[in-house]
Design a protein around this ligand. Structure first.
Ligand code: HEC
Length: 127
């Protein structure tokens, strides 16, 4: 009887431990209804891009202010860098593309890409 009850207790403990290791799905981030430069984009660009694209060092574009971003047109080919509403904008299609874009590695995660994408394509580069 003692053996049986310790087996039951052991199985109970195992079930408890495996329940604890379930992934927590509540933590998946949800995109805001409207992405804005001041609320979301500015801090991403300042953290990840401005050290190479702002002020003295530009590498073709300046991402350090809202006005400069709107004026930015890529210098290596004659295609607009950011075109409001256009998922083919060079910054999305070529530079930040999660598979082939050379600048994607500087983002912290795919959620930041999703924010930038939504800002350009759906939210009209809202300030
Ligand atoms: C460590 C330096 C560095 C960082 C950080 C960086 N870049 Fe770049 N970026 C470059 C260099 C160098 C080039 C030019 C060569 C090329 O196009 O790959 C460039 C080119 C670009 C271009 C094309 C510019 C043109 O003239 O057409 C875009 C757009 C761009 N980067 C976006 C970004 C974004 C957005 C971020 C932040 C997520 C970022 N970059 C972070 C170094 C950097």
């Amino acid at each position: 009887m003692r053996i049986l009850s310790s087996i039951v207790a052991g199985v109970g403990l195992l079930a408890f431990l495996s329940a604890c290791s379930e992934p927590n799905l509540d933590l998946v981030p949800i995109l805001p209804e409207e992405v804005t430069y001041s609320g979301h984009i500015q801090k991403i660009l300042n953290k990840s891009c401005v050290r190479c694209h702002g002020g003295a060092v530009k590498h073709g574009i300046d991402l350090s202010s809202y006005t400069l971003i709107l004026e930015s047109v890529g210098s290596d080919i004659s295609e607009d860098l950011i075109v409001i509403g256009n998922p083919q904008s060079k910054i999305l299609k070529q530079k930040l593309n999660p598979v082939s874009g050379g600048m994607y590695v500087y983002l912290s995660d795919s959620f930041e890409y999703d924010l930038i994408y939504k800002w350009i394509v759906n939210d009209g580069l809202r300030q």
